[in-house]
Design a protein around this ligand. Structure first.
Ligand code: CTP
Ligand code: MG
Length: 230
C-alpha cells in the first residue's frame, strides 16, 4: 500500500504570538512547514503530501509538488483534529483505506530520516499503527489548584507523544469521525485510535523532534536545524 503524509497547518499560533503563524516563520533558511514537508517528501517511501491550511491563509507558497511528488492542499478546521480529518477526506481516491498516513505537525521541523524510517517499519507491521515518542525524563508532580504538590507520580510507564503518527487511512478517518460525533476533543491521532480500543505502538525517537510552540522553541529549532547533518 501507499504512504502519504498529512500536515495540519491551519493553526494560528496563539501561544507563539505575533503576526505570522509559526509554520511560516523561518529557521535555518526556510520556513518550518518547508522543513517538515522536506523531511517527509524526501523519504523514498513517502508518495505524496496533503497540507490543511486556514481558509484565510495568504502565505502558502502555492507548491504543487516537491521532491518530484504531489503536494496537495485543502482547507483545515477549527481544531487540529478537524484539520487532520479534512486532509484525510481530501486525499486522492487512489490512496486506499489501507494506505498508511503519516500525520505530522507543520510546526515540527526537525524530523530525521532514521526516526521516520523506523516509524514506517513499525506502523507497517502493526495493525493499530504507531507514533514517535520518548519516555518522560522529569520527575512528575500532581498539583492542586493552588500549585501545591499533592503527589509524585510514577513515570516509568509514561511517554511523551510526538509526530509523525502513522495509521491506516480508513481506520484513522473513522476514529476521528467517531470522536467528533461524540463531542470528544482529541489532541492527537493516537488518542482517537485508543478510544476505538486500538493500542498503537510507541516508537522511541529523538527528543529534538520538537514542536515549535513558543519563541524559545524557535531559537532551539534554529540551532538544531543548522546542524542537520549530524
Ligand atoms: N493546527 C491545525 N488546525 C488547527 C489547529 C492547529 O492544522 N485548527 C496545526 C498547527 O498549524 C500545527 C499543529 O496543528 O502545525 C500543532 O498545533 P499547535 O502547536 O497547537 O499550533 P497552533 O494551534 O497554531 O498554536 P496555538 O495552539 O498556540 O494557537
Ligand atoms: Mg493549537
Amino acid at each position: 500500500p501507499r504512504i502519504w503524509a498529512v500536515l495540519p497547518a491551519a493553526g494560528r499560533g496563539t501561544r507563539f504570538g505575533g503576526e505570522v503563524p509559526k509554520q511560516y516563520l523561518e529557521a535555518a533558511g526556510k520556513t518550518l512547514i518547508a522543513h517538515a514537508l522536506d523531511a517527509l517528501l524526501s523519504h523514498p517511501r513517502v508518495d505524496g503530501a496533503m497540507v490543511a491550511l486556514a481558509a484565510d491563509d495568504l502565505r502558502w507558497p502555492g507548491w504543487t509538488s516537491r521532491h518530484g511528488k504531489p503536494l496537495l492542499r485543502c482547507t483545515g478546521g477549527g481544531e487540529r483534529a478537524d484539520s487532520v480529518l479534512a486532509a484525510l477526506r481530501a486525499l486522492p481516491g487512489d490512496v486506499d483505506e489501507d494506505a498508511l498516513v503519516l500525520v505530522h505537525d507543520a510546526a515540527r521541523p526537525n524530523l530525521r530520516a532514521a526516526d521516520l524510517n523506523r516509524l514506517i517499519d513499525v506502523a507497517s507491521a502493526h495493525a493499530d499503527g504507531a507514533i514517535l515518542g520518548a519516555p518522560v525524563r522529569d520527575t512528575l508532580k500532581r498539583a492542586d489548584a493552588d500549585a501545591r504538590i499533592v503527589a509524585t507520580e510514577p513515570r516509568s510507564a509514561l511517554w511523551r507523544a510526538f509526530t509523525p503518527q502513522a495509521f491506516r487511512r480508513g481506520a484513522l478517518t473513522s476514529a476521528l469521525e467517531r470522536a467528533r460525533a461524540e463531542g470528544v476533543l482529541v489532541t492527537d491521532e493516537a488518542m482517537a485510535m485508543e478510544r476505538t480500543g486500538a493500542h498503537p505502538a510507541l516508537v522511541e525517537g529523538r527528543e529534538d523532534n520538537l514542536k515549535v510552540t513558543t519563541p524559545a522553541d524557535l531559537a532551539l529549532a534554529e540551532y538544531l536545524l543548522a546542524r542537520l547533518t549530524e
